[in-house]
Design a protein around this ligand. Structure first.
Ligand code: NAD
Length: 529
């Protein structure tokens, strides 16, 4: 990594950001020590600013501040809390230029991808501002003894929610879980990835401007292995997004602390092209599925299965469309594909590719590191003849590498797609949407997009999103995405005083009557069906 001031100045000159702006943002973090985390721009591999490295004590203090602020926040009406979140959505749209600059600077991604993630924030705000309050009201449920007892359910915020977010979509993933948590009346302590703290701090600033009281959202910047466990040990619920490996350790820790956790983890997502698909459309979709954000998207497709009659035509179209993609790191909308995040991500992509080739794969297009474009830029790559036991076939590459495999029929495509410990997202291409949905039902994953790569699933904010198997636990989006941050309370009331069987000689008689009534009620229920 370079700390050459000329390189840093040149990357900052492409944006409207200044060194003073980073200082202002970093000052939002309260830390007792002097240790710093240096943040660099993947486009030039140069440091541009630093944030405090929070230790366990700093995390403790942040959670205490959040806890102190939470009850007054929870006392405000749900509509009032929703209005703050709604205003935040407006501010994100208004300040989009700076947020896009920050996102691109920290991640090296193409601006069009940054714009896509930015749009997700006001979408989440709209959804939870509109639906959140109605999800929080008291509900009547069926009582134990009709006419005699009643049951009502009310919902309380869990308290302080810890959000741990990754670097790949640092703008939306910093707040997509925080938004429903806040509407539900919780306080939030957010720990963004060390590589992308500034966009999270800028969002925290906008939440404050939108009217969020002091302390209700705290940001701690620190290394994952230090700040992460410290956070999980102090909060009442965790929403984690990141790798499956770290997710397991988060779940273990949450389990020991007996707190709830939702885990949005990795994937090795399949894309299936059925024999009736429009090949050109499927190829365009596959390019989006495989190469958006240089493949550093949890929903990215990495394994493409094509039913045999279409294999050659699809491969031609897919390779042609892949070759037309432009690679770049400019702070404008010219590039289709941007940089990988850092040297370790580049190493991972190269290692997976080397293993694929050594185990028999052919590189049909791409396959090269492009330091002439950016230090971590890598060409969108299409492989064929991939060994099903190779690393690229079995593990998440999280880079711009897709393998294409011919399969005899739809059943074989489903079997190959399901042959993975992951189950996050899948994509199915067909001329017959009903057939597509039938195939989708047989795929073992949390979202399946028919005739789309991932966006129609991700952006269906009213519908739950999450993973099967090693791709995670719990769901974000939809009512499920808010209810995970609530404790439910059942209040049962008797109209007749204590509900109990009489004692003494009447017990046998009363129990007999109860068994008889209960049996009659069960029979009537069946008869009414
Ligand atoms: P990572 O697990 O290394 O890091 C994610 C976050 O966890 C960071 O904030 C990091 O600082 C923190 N962390 C690290 N060690 C920790 C620990 N011991 N305890 C608590 N927190 C800790 O993830 P990554 O590799 O940087 O991110 C990419 C991964 O995230 C990919 O596998 C990708 O598929 C996954 N991801 C999943 C989704 C989803 O919605 N399912 C979305 C985006 C990314």
């Amino acid at each position: 990594m370079s700390s050459d001031p000329t390189t840093t100045t040149s990357v900052l000159a492409s944006t409207a950001l200044s060194a003073e702006r980073f200082e202002t943002l970093a000052e939002r973090v309260t830390a007792s020590g002097t240790e710093r985390i240096h943040v660099s721009a993947p486009a030039t591999d140069s440091e541009f600013a630093s944030v405090p490295a929070c230790d366990e004590g700093d995390v403790d203090a942040a959670v205490e501040r959040a806890r102190a602020a939470q009850s007054a926040w929870a006392d405000r009406s749900p509509a009032d809390r929703a209005a703050v979140v709604d205003r935040f959505g407006d501010l994100v749209l208004e300040r989009r230029d700076e947020l896009l600059d920050l996102t691109q600077l920290e991640t090296g991604k193409a601006r069009r991808t940054a714009a896509e993630e930015l749009l997700d924030v006001p979408m989440s705000c709209t959804y939870y501002a509109d639906t959140g309050p109605s999800l929080l009201g008291e509900e009547r449920r069926r009582g134990a003894f009709p006419g005699v007892t009643s049951a009502r359910v009310s919902y309380d915020p869990v308290g302080v929610v810890g959000v741990v977010s990754p670097w790949n979509y640092p703008l939306t993933l910093a707040v997509t879980d925080a938004i429903p948590a806040l509407v539900a009346g919780n306080a939030v302590v957010l720990k963004p990835d060390e590589k992308t703290p500034f966009v999270a701090l800028a969002l925290a600033e906008l939440l404050e401007e939108a009217g969020l009281p002091d302390g209700v959202l705290e940001v701690v910047t620190g290394s994952g292995p230090v700040a992460g466990p410290a956070l999980i040990d102090r909060v009442d619920s965790v929403a984690f997004t990141g790798s499956t490996e770290t997710g397991r350790s988060v779940a273990e820790r949450a389990g020991r602390n007996l707190i709830d956790c939702s885990l949005e983890l990795g994937g090795n997502n399949p894309l299936v092209v059925l024999d009736d698909a429009d090949v050109e459309e499927a190829a365009r979709g596959a390019v989006v599925a495989c190469f958006t954000n240089a493949g550093q998207l949890c929903l990215s497709a990495e394994r493409v299965y094509v039913v045999e009659p279409l294999y050659d035509a699809f491969l031609d179209a897919f390779v042609g469309a892949t070759r037309r993609l432009s690679l770049g790191t400019e702070f404008d909308y010219r590039a289709d594909v941007g940089s990988l995040i850092d040297a370790s991500q580049l190493d991972r992509v190269e290692a997976h590719l080397t293993d694929a080739v050594e185990t028999g794969a052919s590189v049909v297009t791409g396959g090269r590191h492009r330091p002439d474009v950016g230090p971590f830029c890598f060409e969108p790559t299409v492989l064929t003849d991939v060994d099903p036991d190779s690393t690229v076939a079995c593990e998440e590459t999280f880079g711009p590498v897709a393998s294409v495999t011919a399969v005899p029929d739809a059943a074989a495509a489903v079997a190959a797609a399901n042959d993975s410990p992951y189950g996050l997202n899948a994509s199915v291409w067909t001329a017959d949407r009903e057939r597509g949905r039938a195939v989708a039902r047989r795929l073992e994953c949390g979202t399946v997009c028919v005739n789309d790569a991932y966006l129609s699933g991700w952006a269906a904010i009213d519908a739950p999103m999450g993973g099967y198997g090693d791709s995670g636990l719990g769901r974000r989006h939809g009512p499920e995405g808010l209810r995970r941050f609530l404790d439910s309370k059942t209040i049962a009331t008797s109209r007749v005083g204590p509900v109990a069987f009489p004692s003494g000689g009447a017990t046998k008689w009363a129990l007999g009557a109860a068994f008889g009534l209960f049996g009659l009620q069960r029979r009537l229920r069946r008869w009414r069906r």
